[in-house]
Design a protein around this ligand. Structure first.
Ligand SMILES: [Zn+2]
Length: 252
């Protein structure tokens, strides 16, 4: 009986195609359809930072069938990461980008994942290959470097940040919206406390926003910042204006 069911399942898989079955719960969505699914499978997304935000963003993108993912991180997995970076349960001591790639290939073997062990400041990347970039970093110094590269390459950037129970998400489109330099303070913040679920909420909103950018389905945070505090579940969206004196926006 079991054998026959297995045979039938294999036949079914072959008749409908692995991809169609895998994505059968999302293709009916109004924003998706077969067309949207094909657009996702042809997209190349760069995720910078594979920590509490990047590990969750990349998981959702892989599961949704974004065909090409590049993940950049220069860190190794530490045990203190695991309260929010749960994809690394078996990878303490490994390079994050590589451990993430291994996990994501298991989540979806139909996609291509490229790990890059390095920082955004020191790594040469093929910027003209990407359709979208995610800022999943944990310090503003690297964010400013990423912001400038995305503006130079004309790439949309979905920013996420988290601090204890608070978080924020913002979508920056070159020549249309403010950039990260317009609004974020400079400098570095080290080892801020992070409530795991806050990172999960921010990363989920980032993934949703990014998929909408790829599909050109009116990402609600274009030029707007979502401010979240899950200590009282407050969500607020504020309009972000370009700073008059922003050197990055002026150059564009
Ligand atoms: Zn700017």
């Amino acid at each position: 009986m079991v054998e026959r069911n297995t045979e039938r399942r294999d036949e079914y898989l072959m008749s409908v195609g692995k991809g169609q079955l895998r994505y059968s719960r999302q293709i009916p969505l109004a924003m998706m359809g077969e067309r949207g699914q094909n657009i996702l499978s042809e997209s190349h997304v760069l995720i910078v930072g594979a920590g509490g935000l990047g590990s969750v963003v990349s998981s959702y993108l892989a599961a949704a069938g974004v065909g090409h993912l590049t993940i950049v991180d220069d860190d190794v997995v530490e045990i203190s990461n695991l309260n929010r970076q749960f994809i690394y349960g078996d990878a303490v001591g490994e390079q994050k980008a590589e451990a993430a790639a291994r996990f994501l290939r298991k989540v979806n073997p139909l996609i291509e994942v490229r790990p890059v062990n390095g920082s955004i400041q020191d790594t040469e990347l093929p910027w003209d290959e990407y359709d979208l970039v995610f800022d999943c970093l944990d310090n503003n110094e690297s964010r400013m470097a990423l912001n400038e590269r995305c503006r130079n390459a004309g790439l949309p950037l979905v920013h996420g940040g988290v601090d204890a129970t608070k978080g924020q998400v913002f979508t920056s489109i070159p020549n249309v919206t403010a950039c990260l330099r317009c609004m974020l303070p400079k400098g570095r913040q080290d080892r801020i406390p992070v409530f795991g679920p806050a990172a999960g909420v921010v990363a989920s909103v980032q993934a949703s926003e990014g998929i909408r950018v790829i599909l050109e389905r009116f990402p609600p945070l274009t030029g707007k910042m979502l401010l979240i505090d899950i200590s009282d579940y407050s969500f607020e969206i504020v309009e972000m204006e370009r700073a008059e004196d922003c050197p990055v926006c002026k150059k564009g």
